[in-house]
Write a protein that binds this ligand. Sequence first.
Ligand SMILES: CC(C)(COP(=O)(O)OP(=O)(O)OC[C@H]1O[C@@H](n2cnc3c(N)ncnc32)[C@H](O)[C@@H]1OP(=O)(O)O)[C@@H](O)C(=O)NCCC(=O)NCCS
Length: 290
Amino acid sequence: MTVQDATQIVLRDMTPADIHAVADLCFEQQWPHREEDLKMLLSIGTGLVAEIDGKVAGSIMSWRFGASFASLGVIIVAVAHQGHGLGRQMASAMIKRLDGYAVMLNATDEGRVLYGRLGFVELGTVCQHNGLAPVQPLVQLRPGERVRPMGAADAEVLDRLYTSATGMDRKLVLDALIAEGSTVVLCHEHKQTGFAVIRRFGKGWAIGPVVAPDVTGAKALIAHWLGTQTGSFCRIDVPVMNGPQKAGLGAWLEEVGLPEADCVTPMALGPAPVPGDDVVLFGLAAQALG
Ligand SMILES: CC(C)(COP(=O)(O)OP(=O)(O)OC[C@H]1O[C@@H](n2cnc3c(N)ncnc32)[C@H](O)[C@@H]1OP(=O)(O)O)[C@@H](O)C(=O)NCCC(=O)NCCS
C-alpha cells in the first residue's frame, strides 16, 4: 500500500530493508533495540514507515494474536517532525488495518495523549527493571517443585499457559521467542506450572515472558536466568498488579539489584483480554508485544 497526501508524506509498508532506518529512529530516542530485535519483531508482524522527502521519518508496527487481539509498537516520529500530526496519521492508518481487532499497546508518557485522543483507555502500569544480574539470588523452591530446561514435549502446555496468562492466542509469539532464546519450565510433581524465556535484546538480555502460578514461582524462574547471566545487563518488564498474592515481584527485583528504570501505561482500544485464573503473567515478552 502507498498513500501520498498533500504535504508529501508517504506512508508505506515497512520491509526488512527499512530496519536500519527504524533502528536510527530508536537510537535517536535512546531506545535500546538492535537491528536484530527489530527484524524479529517485523518477522512476526507488519509495519508502516512514513517517508518525508524520501527519508524515513516515522515508524509503527503491529502484531495479531489470533482473530480478536492485536498490539501496536515501535511507534516513533523523528524528533524534527514531531508535533505535526504524523504520529496520529501513522497510528490511525495502522488501526484501520486492524479493523475488527481490539488493539493494545504500552504507552510512553509522550504517547499517552495521542492514544487517549484515538479512544484508547488506560489499563494499569508496566515497570521496566534492569541492571547487572547479581550472583545467583537464591529462591527456595517448595516441596515437589523444580525448574528445568524446556523439552520439545512441553511446547503445547507452555502455549496453553501463555494463552491463559494473557487471555490472547500467543502461539506465534511464543514459537518465535522459544526459537530465538532459551526457556526453562517450572514443574510441580512433573506437571508444568510456569515458564520463562531469556533472549538477547538491546544492550544485554531480556527475561520474558515469565508465566507462573504465583510470585514465588516467578521468582524461582527469574532467579534461574539471573544466575546464568551474573554480571550481564538484564531487563524485565513487569505488569504492576494489585492484590497480596501478586504483589512483591518489583520489590524483590529491587532487592536483588534490578531497580525500576521506567514505567509505561498499558492501553486498549476495544475490550481488553481476560486472562484465566490458573497462571499470571509476571514478565512481558516485550513492551511492544505485551
Ligand atoms: C508519541 C509520538 C509518536 C507522537 O507523534 P507526533 O507526530 O509528535 O504526534 P502528533 O503530532 O500526531 O500528535 C498527536 C496528538 O497528540 C497531541 N500531543 C502530542 N504530544 C503531546 C504533548 N506532549 N502534550 C499534549 N498533547 C500532545 C497532539 O496535540 C495531537 O492531538 P490532536 O491530533 O488531537 O491535535 C512522538 O512524540 C514520538 O515519537 N515520541 C517519542 C517516542 C515515543 O515515546 N513513542 C510512543 C511509544 S508508545
